[in-house]
Write a protein that binds this ligand. Sequence first.
Ligand code: AHG
Ligand code: MN
Ligand code: MN
Length: 343
Amino acid sequence: MAKTRFMTLPRHIDEGEKLHPSATGELSAILNQIGLAAKVISLEVNKAGLADILGFTGDENVHGEQVKKLDMFAHDALIRALDHTGHFCVMASEEEEDIIHIPAKHKIGKYVILFDPLDGSSNIDANVSIGTIFSIFKRITPDNGNPGTMEDCLQPGINQVAAGYIVYGSSTIFVYTAGHGVHGFTLDPAFGEFLLSHEDIKMKSRGGIYSINEGNYKYWHPGLKKYIKHLQAWDNHEKPYKSRYIGSMVADIHRNLLYGGIFMYPADKRNPNGKLRLVYECNPMAFIVEAAGGKATDGKKKRILEYKPTELHQRVPIYIGSKDDIDLLEKFIEEEEIAVTES
Ligand code: AHG
Ligand code: MN
Ligand code: MN
Protein backbone atom coordinates (compact mmCIF):
# COMPACT_ATOMS: atom_id res chain seq x y z
CA MET A 1 0.00 0.00 0.00
CA ALA A 2 1.04 3.61 -0.43
CA LYS A 3 3.80 5.01 1.76
CA THR A 4 2.67 8.58 1.29
CA ARG A 5 -0.56 10.10 0.10
CA PHE A 6 1.37 12.50 -2.07
CA MET A 7 3.03 10.08 -4.44
CA THR A 8 1.43 11.31 -7.63
CA LEU A 9 1.68 9.43 -10.92
CA PRO A 10 4.14 11.96 -12.47
CA ARG A 11 6.40 11.85 -9.40
CA HIS A 12 6.38 8.06 -9.30
CA ILE A 13 7.18 7.77 -12.99
CA ASP A 14 10.00 10.31 -12.60
CA GLU A 15 11.51 8.52 -9.63
CA GLY A 16 11.26 5.18 -11.45
CA GLU A 17 13.08 6.60 -14.44
CA LYS A 18 15.87 8.03 -12.26
CA LEU A 19 16.73 4.43 -11.32
CA HIS A 20 17.99 4.11 -14.90
CA PRO A 21 20.86 6.54 -15.47
CA SER A 22 20.55 6.20 -19.26
CA ALA A 23 16.85 7.15 -19.28
CA THR A 24 15.99 10.27 -21.23
CA GLY A 25 12.72 11.08 -19.46
CA GLU A 26 10.75 10.30 -22.60
CA LEU A 27 8.88 7.35 -21.16
CA SER A 28 7.87 9.50 -18.19
CA ALA A 29 6.52 12.15 -20.51
CA ILE A 30 4.56 9.51 -22.47
CA LEU A 31 2.99 7.96 -19.38
CA ASN A 32 2.05 11.41 -18.10
CA GLN A 33 0.32 12.24 -21.37
CA ILE A 34 -1.61 8.96 -21.17
CA GLY A 35 -2.60 9.96 -17.62
CA LEU A 36 -3.96 13.21 -19.03
CA ALA A 37 -6.00 11.40 -21.69
CA ALA A 38 -7.26 9.03 -18.99
CA LYS A 39 -8.61 11.96 -16.97
CA VAL A 40 -10.43 13.33 -20.00
CA ILE A 41 -11.91 9.91 -20.81
CA SER A 42 -12.83 9.31 -17.17
CA LEU A 43 -14.82 12.56 -17.04
CA GLU A 44 -16.67 11.66 -20.23
CA VAL A 45 -17.36 8.10 -19.05
CA ASN A 46 -18.78 9.44 -15.79
CA LYS A 47 -21.38 11.49 -17.59
CA ALA A 48 -22.25 8.78 -20.11
CA GLY A 49 -25.77 8.25 -18.77
CA LEU A 50 -26.60 11.95 -18.96
CA ALA A 51 -26.70 12.15 -22.73
CA ASP A 52 -30.39 11.28 -22.99
CA ILE A 53 -31.48 13.35 -19.99
CA LEU A 54 -29.72 16.47 -21.19
CA GLY A 55 -31.18 16.01 -24.60
CA PHE A 56 -28.09 15.65 -26.68
CA THR A 57 -28.60 12.31 -28.28
CA GLY A 58 -28.57 12.24 -32.04
CA ASP A 59 -25.87 13.85 -34.05
CA GLU A 60 -25.31 17.12 -32.25
CA ASN A 61 -24.93 18.05 -28.59
CA VAL A 62 -26.06 21.28 -26.91
CA HIS A 63 -22.91 23.01 -28.07
CA GLY A 64 -23.60 22.13 -31.66
CA GLU A 65 -20.81 19.55 -31.61
CA GLN A 66 -21.03 16.08 -33.04
CA VAL A 67 -21.77 13.52 -30.31
CA LYS A 68 -19.31 10.71 -30.57
CA LYS A 69 -19.71 7.21 -29.32
CA LEU A 70 -17.59 6.84 -26.20
CA ASP A 71 -15.12 4.47 -27.77
CA MET A 72 -14.46 6.95 -30.57
CA PHE A 73 -14.23 9.74 -28.01
CA ALA A 74 -11.57 7.76 -26.13
CA HIS A 75 -9.74 6.96 -29.38
CA ASP A 76 -9.62 10.65 -30.32
CA ALA A 77 -8.60 11.73 -26.81
CA LEU A 78 -5.60 9.40 -26.87
CA ILE A 79 -4.51 10.51 -30.31
CA ARG A 80 -4.86 14.19 -29.36
CA ALA A 81 -2.84 13.64 -26.18
CA LEU A 82 -0.05 11.75 -27.96
CA ASP A 83 0.41 12.63 -31.63
CA HIS A 84 2.17 15.98 -31.14
CA THR A 85 4.58 14.94 -28.39
CA GLY A 86 7.50 14.02 -30.63
CA HIS A 87 7.88 10.67 -28.89
CA PHE A 88 6.09 8.43 -31.39
CA CYS A 89 6.84 7.26 -34.90
CA VAL A 90 3.52 5.43 -35.36
CA MET A 91 0.40 4.47 -33.39
CA ALA A 92 -2.36 1.88 -33.72
CA SER A 93 -5.83 1.66 -32.20
CA GLU A 94 -8.42 -1.07 -32.01
CA GLU A 95 -10.84 1.50 -33.43
CA GLU A 96 -8.87 2.02 -36.65
CA GLU A 97 -8.26 -0.48 -39.42
CA ASP A 98 -4.76 0.66 -40.39
CA ILE A 99 -1.76 2.10 -38.53
CA ILE A 100 -2.03 5.76 -37.50
CA HIS A 101 0.69 8.04 -38.80
CA ILE A 102 2.01 11.06 -36.95
CA PRO A 103 0.85 14.24 -38.74
CA ALA A 104 3.64 15.70 -40.90
CA LYS A 105 3.79 18.91 -38.85
CA HIS A 106 4.94 17.02 -35.74
CA LYS A 107 8.32 15.54 -34.88
CA ILE A 108 8.76 11.79 -35.36
CA GLY A 109 10.04 9.93 -32.29
CA LYS A 110 11.40 6.55 -31.33
CA TYR A 111 8.39 4.95 -29.62
CA VAL A 112 5.36 3.01 -30.86
CA ILE A 113 2.04 2.85 -29.04
CA LEU A 114 -0.92 0.51 -29.55
CA PHE A 115 -4.15 0.86 -27.62
CA ASP A 116 -7.67 -0.32 -27.02
CA PRO A 117 -9.29 3.05 -26.27
CA LEU A 118 -12.31 1.58 -24.49
CA ASP A 119 -12.44 -2.05 -23.53
CA GLY A 120 -15.77 -3.58 -22.55
CA SER A 121 -17.71 -0.89 -24.36
CA SER A 122 -20.86 -3.04 -24.49
CA ASN A 123 -21.04 -2.39 -20.72
CA ILE A 124 -21.18 1.41 -20.94
CA ASP A 125 -24.94 1.82 -20.86
CA ALA A 126 -25.27 -0.42 -17.79
CA ASN A 127 -22.79 1.56 -15.63
CA VAL A 128 -20.43 -1.39 -15.52
CA SER A 129 -16.62 -1.00 -15.36
CA ILE A 130 -14.78 -0.39 -18.62
CA GLY A 131 -11.20 0.63 -19.35
CA THR A 132 -8.36 1.72 -21.63
CA ILE A 133 -5.39 -0.56 -22.40
CA PHE A 134 -2.02 0.50 -23.90
CA SER A 135 1.20 -1.12 -25.04
CA ILE A 136 4.48 0.71 -25.74
CA PHE A 137 7.47 -0.43 -27.80
CA LYS A 138 10.63 1.13 -29.16
CA ARG A 139 10.67 1.33 -32.95
CA ILE A 140 12.65 -1.33 -34.78
CA THR A 141 12.90 0.44 -38.13
CA PRO A 142 15.84 2.87 -38.31
CA ASP A 143 15.34 5.96 -36.17
CA ASN A 144 16.19 8.47 -38.91
CA GLY A 145 13.24 10.82 -38.61
CA ASN A 146 11.12 8.76 -41.01
CA PRO A 147 7.62 7.63 -40.03
CA GLY A 148 7.21 4.27 -38.34
CA THR A 149 5.74 1.33 -40.24
CA MET A 150 3.54 -1.73 -39.79
CA GLU A 151 6.72 -3.64 -38.87
CA ASP A 152 7.15 -1.41 -35.80
CA CYS A 153 3.60 -2.27 -34.71
CA LEU A 154 3.86 -6.02 -35.25
CA GLN A 155 6.48 -6.75 -32.60
CA PRO A 156 6.16 -9.64 -30.18
CA GLY A 157 4.92 -8.62 -26.73
CA ILE A 158 8.25 -9.47 -25.07
CA ASN A 159 9.64 -6.31 -26.72
CA GLN A 160 7.29 -4.03 -24.78
CA VAL A 161 9.04 -1.34 -22.75
CA ALA A 162 5.89 -0.39 -20.84
CA ALA A 163 2.23 -1.28 -20.69
CA GLY A 164 -0.73 -0.21 -18.65
CA TYR A 165 -4.44 0.16 -18.31
CA ILE A 166 -7.01 2.45 -16.78
CA VAL A 167 -10.23 1.08 -15.28
CA TYR A 168 -13.19 3.47 -15.05
CA GLY A 169 -15.01 1.76 -12.20
CA SER A 170 -16.19 2.67 -8.71
CA SER A 171 -13.11 4.87 -8.93
CA THR A 172 -10.69 5.43 -11.80
CA ILE A 173 -7.42 3.55 -11.45
CA PHE A 174 -4.26 3.76 -13.61
CA VAL A 175 -2.04 0.67 -13.49
CA TYR A 176 1.30 0.51 -15.30
CA THR A 177 4.60 -1.28 -15.49
CA ALA A 178 7.77 -0.03 -17.08
CA GLY A 179 9.86 -2.98 -16.05
CA HIS A 180 10.21 -2.27 -12.33
CA GLY A 181 7.03 -3.57 -10.70
CA VAL A 182 3.33 -3.02 -11.32
CA HIS A 183 1.85 0.05 -9.67
CA GLY A 184 -1.69 1.37 -9.34
CA PHE A 185 -2.82 5.00 -8.91
CA THR A 186 -6.33 6.01 -7.97
CA LEU A 187 -7.72 9.24 -9.39
CA ASP A 188 -8.68 11.76 -6.72
CA PRO A 189 -11.66 13.39 -8.40
CA ALA A 190 -11.44 16.48 -6.18
CA PHE A 191 -8.06 17.66 -7.39
CA GLY A 192 -7.65 15.56 -10.49
CA GLU A 193 -4.43 13.73 -9.61
CA PHE A 194 -3.64 10.04 -9.78
CA LEU A 195 -2.27 9.05 -6.34
CA LEU A 196 -0.30 5.89 -5.58
CA SER A 197 -2.75 3.45 -4.02
CA HIS A 198 -1.36 0.02 -4.98
CA GLU A 199 2.43 -0.16 -4.85
CA ASP A 200 4.29 -3.09 -6.36
CA ILE A 201 1.28 -5.35 -6.98
CA LYS A 202 2.13 -9.05 -6.77
CA MET A 203 -0.25 -11.69 -7.99
CA LYS A 204 -1.01 -14.68 -5.72
CA SER A 205 0.49 -17.87 -7.14
CA ARG A 206 -2.95 -19.51 -6.79
CA GLY A 207 -6.24 -17.67 -6.76
CA GLY A 208 -9.84 -18.54 -6.00
CA ILE A 209 -11.65 -16.92 -8.93
CA TYR A 210 -12.29 -18.04 -12.49
CA SER A 211 -13.55 -15.68 -15.19
CA ILE A 212 -14.91 -16.96 -18.47
CA ASN A 213 -18.05 -16.55 -20.57
CA GLU A 214 -19.76 -19.80 -19.54
CA GLY A 215 -22.49 -19.31 -22.11
CA ASN A 216 -20.02 -20.71 -24.62
CA TYR A 217 -19.63 -23.97 -22.65
CA LYS A 218 -20.86 -26.30 -25.36
CA TYR A 219 -18.24 -25.05 -27.81
CA TRP A 220 -15.27 -25.52 -25.43
CA HIS A 221 -12.35 -27.91 -25.60
CA PRO A 222 -13.15 -31.01 -23.47
CA GLY A 223 -10.08 -30.31 -21.31
CA LEU A 224 -11.43 -26.85 -20.48
CA LYS A 225 -14.82 -28.31 -19.57
CA LYS A 226 -13.14 -30.73 -17.16
CA TYR A 227 -10.95 -27.97 -15.69
CA ILE A 228 -13.95 -25.75 -14.91
CA LYS A 229 -15.79 -28.70 -13.32
CA HIS A 230 -12.65 -29.34 -11.25
CA LEU A 231 -12.67 -25.73 -9.96
CA GLN A 232 -16.33 -26.02 -9.03
CA ALA A 233 -15.97 -29.24 -7.03
CA TRP A 234 -15.91 -28.99 -3.22
CA ASP A 235 -13.64 -32.00 -2.81
CA ASN A 236 -10.79 -30.54 -4.89
CA HIS A 237 -10.33 -27.36 -2.83
CA GLU A 238 -11.09 -25.91 0.59
CA LYS A 239 -14.06 -24.42 -1.21
CA PRO A 240 -15.07 -24.13 -4.86
CA TYR A 241 -13.64 -21.30 -6.94
CA LYS A 242 -15.84 -18.24 -7.36
CA SER A 243 -17.12 -17.46 -10.84
CA ARG A 244 -16.77 -13.76 -11.69
CA TYR A 245 -17.22 -12.37 -15.20
CA ILE A 246 -17.77 -8.69 -15.92
CA GLY A 247 -17.36 -8.89 -19.69
CA SER A 248 -14.66 -6.19 -19.76
CA MET A 249 -11.37 -8.09 -19.83
CA VAL A 250 -9.49 -5.11 -18.40
CA ALA A 251 -11.73 -5.02 -15.32
CA ASP A 252 -11.90 -8.80 -14.99
CA ILE A 253 -8.11 -9.08 -15.08
CA HIS A 254 -7.66 -6.09 -12.75
CA ARG A 255 -9.82 -7.78 -10.11
CA ASN A 256 -7.99 -11.08 -10.54
CA LEU A 257 -4.63 -9.31 -10.35
CA LEU A 258 -5.59 -7.99 -6.92
CA TYR A 259 -7.38 -11.08 -5.55
CA GLY A 260 -5.76 -13.93 -7.50
CA GLY A 261 -7.46 -16.00 -10.17
CA ILE A 262 -7.65 -16.94 -13.82
CA PHE A 263 -9.27 -15.14 -16.77
CA MET A 264 -9.92 -17.10 -19.95
CA TYR A 265 -11.03 -16.27 -23.45
CA PRO A 266 -10.45 -19.59 -25.18
CA ALA A 267 -10.45 -20.73 -28.75
CA ASP A 268 -13.64 -22.69 -29.36
CA LYS A 269 -15.46 -24.52 -32.13
CA ARG A 270 -16.80 -21.27 -33.59
CA ASN A 271 -13.80 -19.00 -33.00
CA PRO A 272 -10.55 -20.92 -33.53
CA ASN A 273 -8.48 -17.92 -32.37
CA GLY A 274 -10.72 -16.80 -29.53
CA LYS A 275 -12.02 -13.25 -29.49
CA LEU A 276 -9.48 -10.96 -27.89
CA ARG A 277 -6.93 -8.96 -29.86
CA LEU A 278 -3.27 -9.83 -29.51
CA VAL A 279 -1.70 -6.39 -29.82
CA TYR A 280 -4.33 -4.18 -28.16
CA GLU A 281 -5.58 -6.39 -25.34
CA CYS A 282 -3.61 -9.58 -24.76
CA ASN A 283 -0.01 -8.32 -25.05
CA PRO A 284 -0.30 -5.39 -22.64
CA MET A 285 -2.33 -7.37 -20.09
CA ALA A 286 0.13 -10.28 -20.36
CA PHE A 287 3.10 -7.94 -19.84
CA ILE A 288 1.51 -6.51 -16.69
CA VAL A 289 0.39 -9.85 -15.27
CA GLU A 290 3.84 -11.40 -15.86
CA ALA A 291 5.49 -8.37 -14.23
CA ALA A 292 3.30 -9.07 -11.17
CA GLY A 293 4.42 -12.71 -11.07
CA GLY A 294 1.50 -14.22 -13.01
CA LYS A 295 1.36 -16.02 -16.32
CA ALA A 296 -0.37 -15.62 -19.71
CA THR A 297 -0.48 -18.34 -22.36
CA ASP A 298 -2.63 -19.66 -25.19
CA GLY A 299 -3.54 -22.73 -23.10
CA LYS A 300 -1.01 -24.84 -24.99
CA LYS A 301 2.09 -23.62 -23.17
CA LYS A 302 2.92 -20.82 -25.58
CA ARG A 303 3.44 -17.47 -23.88
CA ILE A 304 1.24 -14.73 -25.28
CA LEU A 305 4.30 -12.44 -25.24
CA GLU A 306 6.13 -14.78 -27.63
CA TYR A 307 3.54 -14.59 -30.41
CA LYS A 308 4.87 -12.68 -33.40
CA PRO A 309 1.84 -10.75 -34.68
CA THR A 310 1.21 -11.06 -38.40
CA GLU A 311 -1.62 -8.56 -38.60
CA LEU A 312 -2.83 -5.66 -36.49
CA HIS A 313 -6.25 -6.96 -35.52
CA GLN A 314 -5.22 -10.58 -35.02
CA ARG A 315 -6.99 -12.54 -32.27
CA VAL A 316 -5.46 -15.06 -29.90
CA PRO A 317 -6.83 -17.48 -27.28
CA ILE A 318 -5.78 -16.32 -23.82
CA TYR A 319 -5.48 -17.83 -20.34
CA ILE A 320 -4.09 -15.27 -17.93
CA GLY A 321 -3.66 -14.98 -14.19
CA SER A 322 -2.18 -16.74 -11.19
CA LYS A 323 0.69 -18.99 -12.20
CA ASP A 324 -0.46 -22.26 -10.60
CA ASP A 325 -3.96 -21.83 -12.03
CA ILE A 326 -2.59 -21.46 -15.56
CA ASP A 327 -0.32 -24.49 -15.08
CA LEU A 328 -3.24 -26.65 -13.95
CA LEU A 329 -5.44 -25.50 -16.83
CA GLU A 330 -2.70 -26.43 -19.30
CA LYS A 331 -2.42 -29.85 -17.68
CA PHE A 332 -6.14 -30.49 -18.20
CA ILE A 333 -5.93 -29.39 -21.85
CA GLU A 334 -2.83 -31.48 -22.48
CA GLU A 335 -4.23 -34.63 -20.85
CA GLU A 336 -7.35 -34.42 -22.95
CA GLU A 337 -5.32 -33.93 -26.15
CA ILE A 338 -3.20 -36.98 -25.31
CA ALA A 339 -6.37 -38.98 -24.63
CA VAL A 340 -7.76 -37.95 -28.05
CA THR A 341 -4.56 -38.90 -29.93
CA GLU A 342 -4.37 -42.25 -28.14
CA SER A 343 -7.97 -43.19 -28.83
P1 AHG B 1 -14.16 -4.21 -26.75
O1 AHG B 1 -15.24 -3.51 -25.97
O2 AHG B 1 -12.86 -3.43 -26.74
O3 AHG B 1 -14.58 -4.59 -28.14
O4 AHG B 1 -13.76 -5.58 -26.00
C1 AHG B 1 -14.74 -6.43 -25.50
C2 AHG B 1 -14.11 -7.73 -25.14
C3 AHG B 1 -13.48 -7.83 -23.76
O5 AHG B 1 -13.39 -6.70 -23.02
C4 AHG B 1 -14.35 -8.81 -23.02
O6 AHG B 1 -13.59 -9.59 -22.18
C5 AHG B 1 -14.99 -9.59 -24.10
O7 AHG B 1 -15.12 -8.72 -25.18
C6 AHG B 1 -16.32 -10.12 -23.71
O8 AHG B 1 -16.76 -10.94 -24.71
P2 AHG B 1 -18.05 -11.89 -24.55
O9 AHG B 1 -19.22 -10.98 -24.57
O10 AHG B 1 -17.97 -12.78 -25.75
O11 AHG B 1 -17.90 -12.65 -23.26
MN1 MN C 1 -11.35 -4.56 -25.95
MN1 MN D 1 -12.45 -1.46 -27.49
